[in-house]
Design a protein around this ligand. Sequence first.
Ligand code: NAD
Length: 426
Amino acid sequence: MAKTSDISGFYKLPIDERVAKIREVADLDDEEVDAIRNTGVLGDDLADRMIENVVGTMPMPLGMAMNFRINDKDYVVPMAIEEPSVVAAASNLAKVARKRGGFHTSHSGSLMIGQIQVTGVPDPWGARAKILQHKEDIMTKCDMCDKVLVRFGGGARDVIVRVIETMSGPMVVVHLIVDTRDAMGANAVNTMAEAVAPFLEEVTGGRVYLRIISNLATYRVARSWAIFDKDELGGEEVVDGMIKAYHFAAADPYRCATHNKGIMNGISAVVIATGNDFRAVEAGAHTFATVDGGYKPLTKWEKTADGHLMGVIEVPMAVGLVGGATKVHPTARANVKILGVETADELGMVMASVGLAQNVGALRALATEGIQKGHMRLHARNMAVQAGAPIEIVDEVVRRLAQMERFDFGTVEEVVAEVKKEKGLQ
Ligand code: NAD
């Protein structure tokens, strides 16, 4: 049968029938069906309610990063990630930070921005003035949308109006500034933006199109700093190399993308582990990296008077402990308990600290032996499986590869074949 993606009414089918359809279309064998069909801890009901057209779940390793001490409190940090060496690096560098007091953090508060795009206004500056005149009314309308949020101390805090030039002419862009407390807040803010739009049309005579949260959460910034002991890092020369690596990122967007990706290795792993929206955090972080012009590192590195490495991170952290999947996903709930955070602000500050630890880990590896040696040793397990090693010989294959200090795929294949032969597995 030719492969088709036009399966009418797929969404209405029970999960087993959806899987049967996919099996037929993609010619899956039993093992492949088992690999997609397992709904794990979510079970069919929960998984099927979370998104559409569900056939199963996609498990990902969950590791615990150790040694994090943040504002004199200890944290075990759950990280969900498919990439080797991230959890190990976070744990190692958190240990280095511990020697000089751990991480110290602050937060700008839990304010999100909802945008409303008003178009077709002949007098945009006049419209701006009229909207601001009705600021209190607008904020009251927002608060009326979410009494629960208001009860938890949140709600509208400000209205900012910008006039921007676009390819369609000037537009009036209204920013609702909303304190979303322990929620990430996208749904809450989107609801408010939609609710006040007709009033804005009335006040301005314009036409509203978009009403949606901005993921550039500049009023929800988490900061963390730590001092990393020069001797633990490998001496002053290593520190100098690391600072030069940072200067390279600050001067060159090609390097900077990878510098910031390394930071997000840590942050996104905690965002996923806690059931938060990693696309929102990623989009916010990378755009925040551009707000001062150019694309810049999310971290800053310098040497203290006594030669240690001081690092600072500042990153928008639109994450929650309620709302979205955070309270729905049983693993996310357990992870939040392991983490022991009380507020979304605290969660954001932990995530920022993990990002800082991850960055210093990458800088140290890059400025010394390169990241591949450690990374490939850890990645060798995946490569062995990919080369056809049954699980019982993976450790032996990795041991031999480490002894040879060779991790290219060709060698992995040779070693897998060799061990399989010795054990009579082929
Ligand atoms: P939500 O609507 O599920 O929950 C938030 C609500 O929980 C609040 O509005 C409030 O009424 C209630 N609440 C209860 N206790 C609270 C407390 N202590 N603090 C604050 N609120 C409390 O979720 P949300 O956080 O508004 O939105 C997050 C979801 O929106 C995520 O799933 C995200 O993926 C999705 N989303 C994101 C975007 C985007 O980022 N661009 C766009 C649309 C939707």
